[in-house]
Design a protein around this ligand. Sequence first.
Ligand code: GUN
Length: 300
Amino acid sequence: MSAKIIDGKEFALSVRGKVKDHVTRLVNDHGITPGLAVVLVGEDPASEVYVRSKGKATTEAGMKSVEHKLDAATSEADLLALIDDLNNDASIHGILVQLPLPDHLNEDLVINSIDPAKDVDGFHISNVGLLGTGQKSMVPCTPLGCLMMLRDHHGSLSGLDAVVVGRSNIVGKPMAQLLLGDSCTVTIAHSRTKDLPEVVRRADIVVAAVGRPEMVPGDWIKPGATVIDVGINRIDAPEKGEGKTRLVGDVEFATASEVAGAITPVPGGVGPMTIACLLANTVTACSRANGLEEPEGLTA
Ligand code: GUN
């Protein structure tokens, strides 16, 4: 193995430490406790696990955590009324509606009913537009975490060739905007891209966010490139015993880590950064709402 392993667990701990320090200042100097409300509709087991760990991390950072668990059959009107209450609740600075929502609820309508200033996911159409025009916005947590790790590793990203594989609204598109904002030359590649291996081979920075297990092998990677693997895919692992599974990324770690200069592992890479950045966004939203200085190193 030649690549430096970018340890997302350790990095996330340092981000969470910075969040906690800023929360302490808000509480001690201004009597303000940042509050995050998470709304979960229905009983998707994976979502329940995410929501629980978000709540725990929020409390550990010294912030107020509120969870609203709604029945799967909740009407759109009731969900919108709850969001309206949270928009008007001065003790709540961040609102996250866990996705996916049950089919009868219009996800775009629900997300766009959140006050953009409290939209700690950065999914509201106003925040998407602000990010796209280089203005101050709330930035989606996963790409923000990737950006923090890239800045930490490279210092300046200016002039680097970056390829983002995947064009989702949650990761690929905002990631590309953030890299452009840091003066990278950015390509967004996807399933229809012609000669994808050649495109990826041009990159100094590869961000893989397609959701396909081990799709990017080592021989697509330019020697010395930095590889950020956003994928979290559970695959069968018969070598561990019958019925066993393991987590892999969108990058084939064994081969890519022989070629890359630096790489994030799965698990323990981007994953832990997502919750850390949710906390960072909450403390940022709280600071902005109160006209106070933003936390250093926790924003785009
Ligand atoms: N479901 C899976 N990831 C996310 C996320 O980052 N935000 C929200 N709101 N829902 C999710």
